[in-house]
Design a binder for this molecule. Structure first.
Ligand code: GLU
Length: 522
């Protein structure tokens, strides 16, 4: 199989009956990766033939989820294309044309059986452990009989006429050859009584007419494939290549469902996961480069992806691994790129602009942040280039992020962790306050420390450190006896990153103010 032909056309064909979930997104991703890898075309087709269950909210949600993941499509309902419309409810004529052709050729027939009677017959067969297939009552109706019933407006469906003998074969790229005996299949419905096509019929008409080369989808559709293969044959279309992706399981090894926690992509979007981490993780659900490497950027995924490496074995969705992947991606982002996403998150939480601005004299400059690559060279900092961010706040935030290092893992937790740099409304741990600041002596020390800090001309972290240590010596204390209460006074907590950096980044006036405030604290 060549993986570089221009003829490659793949599609993601969701039914808009719910959220875009992990399984659907994985299917979309594998199609997208294959198209991008081969220079092929990725198509989005909406399968809304189940009118009762399809909703516009679900449609919007699916598009929103795909856009968030960065899975762009070349043809689809909103962008158009040569083979549209790309919403099944707008393609009725096409299905009816093909169904009529099949009737004319004797490959399908009208069926007027009463649905209640049919289910009673099925129930009876089930009880007697007999075959529950359609019994073929309408197979042999004469043309006149059919015409009469149609003219009388009798409700009907259209059924495929399954050959009595023989078998049907198809090949799956992942799972190999399949053969099904026709005697195991029945005269299934292709057009329902409401005039809508069934899934099996619409999918074949559309895939064939949209010239889909590879049908890549979840393996829950394998059992549909023999019927679809029959339809391709009956309509005189060439079979596409089939690629059935392995099932996704929850951690208890049962099929992934809501019981296992969040499966909707919106949840991960709202929880501020990085789309690239999500893509990376989803790619590993059924694909692996060499069984070892797990970390991929978007570009390297496209480069390395191959259908040949898709596994037959079920994949397990493990939230802890997903979180780990997210943290890995965050860790590997350049500081300026990280600062851009955190800046937006802080803004969204009302923390930028801060209650108190960066001191004008605070020497924060992106060039001075330890280990920062020049912002101009970083990826993902378009907002910076366009001057969307306050330069000084940006530099200070970058420095804060740098000071926190790998403690920052999940974007959604970051605003809370950085809160005390931006507002006086932050959580104060009473326990920590009690441990370190209940004694009048330690409160007094904080006000002496405030006086010393206020006098400083150069308010950088090393001068701050020297000052604090010299003061501890003078007072006959361990440095820790000043550092711990100082941390609680400034951050409200027992833990923080390097306290001298914290004092510097909080700024002189805020630090002095908070140290003095503890003297009066209740
Ligand atoms: N609408 C079907 C689904 O959501 C598509 C199946 C297919 O890709 O053929 O499961």
């Amino acid at each position: 199989m060549s993986e570089s032909s221009n003829e490659i056309r793949v599609r993601f064909a969701p039914s808009p009956t719910g959220h875009l979930h992990v399984g659907g997104a994985r299917t979309a991703l594998f199609n997208w990766l294959y198209a991008r890898k081969t220079g092929g075309t990725f198509i989005l087709r909406i399968e809304d033939t189940d009118a009762g269950r399809s909703t516009s909210e679900s449609y919007e949600g699916i598009l929103r989820g795909m856009k968030w993941l960065g899975l762009d499509w070349d043809e689809g309902p909103d962008v158009g294309g040569e083979f549209g419309p790309y919403i099944q409810s707008a393609r009725g004529v096409l299905y009816h044309t093909d169904a009529s052709r099949m009737i004319d050729e004797g490959k399908a027939y009208y069926c007027f059986c009463d649905p209640d009677e049919l289910s009673a017959k099925r129930e009876e067969a089930r009880k007697n452990k007999l075959d529950q297939k359609y019994d073929g009552t309408c197979r042999g109706l004469s043309v006149e009989d059919v015409e009469e019933r149609l003219a009388a407006g009798q409700p009907h469906v259209i059924r495929f006429r399954m050959p009595d003998e023989g078998e049907i074969r198809f090949r799956d790229i992942v799972r190999g050859d399949f053969t099904f005996a026709n005697s195991d299949l029945d005269d299934f419905v292709i057009i329902k009584s409401d005039g809508n096509p069934t899934y099996n019929f619409a999918v074949v008409v559309d895939d064939a007419r949209m010239k889909i080369s590879h049908v890549i989808r979840g393996d829950d559709h394998i059992s549909n494939t023999p019927r679809q293969a029959h339809l391709y044959q009956a309509l005189g279309f060439r079979l596409p290549k089939f690629v059935h992706l392995p099932m996704i399981l929850g951690e208890d090894r049962t099929r992934l469902s809501k019981r296992h926690g969040a499966t909707s992509i919106d949840f991960y979007k709202d929880s501020r996961y990085l789309p690239v981490a999500m893509i990376n993780y989803l790619a590993l659900l059924g694909w692996s480069l060499d069984g070892k490497r797990e970390y991929f950027e978007r570009k390297s995924l496209i480069e390395k992806f191959s259908l040949k490496k898709v596994s037959k074995n079920p994949a397990v969705f493990d939230l802890a691994r997903m979180e780990h992947m997210n943290a890995e991606h965050f860790k590997k982002m350049s500081l300026p790129a990280k600062t851009v996403v955190v800046y937006r998150e802080m803004e969204a939480n009302g923390l930028i602009p801060p209650e108190f601005r960066v001191d004008t004299e605070m020497p924060v400059d992106l060039k001075l942040v330890p280990g920062t690559e020049p912002v101009e060279n970083s990826v993902g900092v378009e907002g910076w280039r366009k001057g969307r961010f306050d330069q000084k706040e940006f530099a200070r935030l970058a420095w804060i992020i740098n000071t926190f290092g790998n403690r920052l893992k999940l974007l959604k937790d970051i605003p809370e962790m950085l809160r005390y740099f931006y507002t006086d409304e932050f959580e104060k741990d009473e326990n920590a306050f009690h441990t370190f600041l209940s004694e009048p002596g330690s409160r007094k020390n904080m006000s002496i420390l405030a006086d010393e800090l206020e006098k400083l001309q150069y308010f950088d972290s090393s001068t701050i450190e020297e000052t604090l240590r010299a003061l501890a010596d003078r007072l006959g204390l361990d440095a820790g006896e000043l550092i711990h209460p100082c941390r609680v006074a400034l951050c409200g907590q027992k833990v923080s990153p390097d306290i001298f950096q914290v004092i510097f980044l909080l700024g002189k006036s805020k630090s002095v103010e908070r140290l003095r405030a503890v003297v009066e604290a209740p």
